[in-house]
Design a protein around this ligand. Structure first.
Ligand SMILES: Cc1ncc(COP(=O)(O)O)c(C=O)c1O
Length: 380
């Protein structure tokens, strides 16, 4: 196949999506400009209702971003000094950052080599060997690259040890397990609407989902300076973490096309599975799980990733590595406890993972071209 026939391949194509929405977005932004309720305006409430209907969670609270969604949950759970919270090391910094900022202790857990999500044995080992000076409080599981973590098993373990569970679903909005969607898989869920996420706004945005009405009311107060019934009553020490009305208006439009976009991501993942060579470990298609395909991440054979990336670049194909250095080896986090001295799977796969272009506007021809270029690397 000739490269000349393929239009430019983007890693995530926000312009193609913008084009698809060009008739709706300007109008909804104009409406916000007209009514002028820029903070907690009517679109925020509408979006929360629509997100509740989509996810099946009983309560949705939008907020400034996915990091604040985690922060608000920790604030509501009163996490503080002396508390330990278990997190995978193979994740974005936010998952652990919010724990450290609460002056609590993140405890790093290894991941499963197939799903890239929290490994249950490593989690159990960390709980059992936790330093006696720390109080185990909760678990933040991450749905890495869009595949939900094993919440039934995580909740079971959490119950045995009286821990709460937060799903960091920043990368997995649209995913699910059996007949339930992300937002309704864990007792508390956070997500992000950062521009590159499966459901994304044109700036920062985030949300919290829960079935716990009381918790939802506390978080609604916390995101708005801890206010009570009246705006200038303060019943909690809160923060400012509200989703802008403009971003809510954009998200309402993007949510309307989200089911088709998610279905197209699934088709692209299936095409990749058919066409990529078996030199690569492809992402798992687990029975019962719905992958959100936030990222399409393969595991390369040892020692070939950088050369393959270079080859793809020469073929004008962008690729990225999430994450080159796991958190427990980062200068800011290396002094925190971990399940074992070495988090062997995390350390190994962080050297080998590679994310290929994944967005709903990739054509079949582009996926075939990407796959052919990967094949040509291994044939050379
Ligand atoms: C796993 C994970 N958690 C949390 C976040 C934080 O989201 P935000 O950028 O909206 O603060 C991200 C964002 O990339 C993420 O990937």
């Amino acid at each position: 196949m000739l490269k000349e026939k393929i239009s430019k391949i983007e890693f995530i194509d926000l312009q193609a999506q913008r084009h698809a929405l060009k008739h709706s977005i300007p109008g909804v932004l104009e409406r916000v400009l007209e009514h002028g309720a820029f903070i907690l305006g009517p679109e925020v409430k509408t979006l929360e209702e629509k997100l509740t209907a989509y996810t099946g969670a009983e309560e949705t609270i939008t907020c400034s971003d996915g990091t604040d969604a985690l922060r608000l949950l920790l604030l509501a759970k009163q996490v503080g000094p002396g508390d330990a919270v278990f997190v995978p090391s193979f994740t974005f910094a936010s998952t652990a950052e919010v724990i450290a900022q609460a002056n609590a202790t993140p405890v790093f857990i290894d991941v499963c080599p197939i799903t890239f999500n929290m490994d249950l044995q490593s989690l159990e080992q960390a709980i059992k060997t936790l330093d006696k000076s720390l109080k185990p409080k909760g678990i933040i599981a991450v749905d890495l690259f869009g595949l939900p973590a094993n919440y039934p098993a995580i909740h079971q373990l959490a119950e045995q040890h009286q821990l709460w569970v937060i799903a960091d679903s920043a990368q997995s909005f649209g995913g699910g397990y059996q007949d339930k969607k992300v937002g309704n898989l864990a007792t508390m869920t956070s997500t992000s609407f950062f521009p590159s996420k499966p459901l994304a706004c044109y700036g920062d945005g985030g949300a919290i989902f829960t079935n716990d009405k009381e918790l939802a009311n506390v978080i609604r107060s916390l995101r708005n300076h801890g206010c009570g019934q009246h705006r200038y009553d303060h019943i909690h020490v809160g923060m400012n973490s509200r989703l802008d009305t403009m971003q809510a208006a954009i998200l309402i439009e993007k949510l309307a096309i989200f089911p088709q976009e998610r279905a197209r991501r699934e088709q692209i993942a299936t095409l990749y599975r058919q066409e990529l060579p078996d030199n690569l470990q492809l992402p798992s298609m687990m029975p019962d799980y719905t992958h959100a395909w936030g990222l399409y991440t393969v595991v390369c054979p040892e020692g070939v990733r950088d050369a393959l990336m270079q080859h793809l670049q020469e073929c004008h194909i962008p690729s990225n590595v999430y994450y080159r250095k796991p958190l427990h080896l980062q200068p800011a986090y290396q002094h925190y406890p971990r399940a074992a001295q070495q988090l062997a799977v995390t350390e190994k796969i962080s050297q080998q993972v590679l994310s290929l272009p994944m967005h709903p506007y990739l054509s079949d021809e582009q996926v075939a071209y990407i796959s052919q270029c990967v094949k040509s690397y291994f044939k050379a």
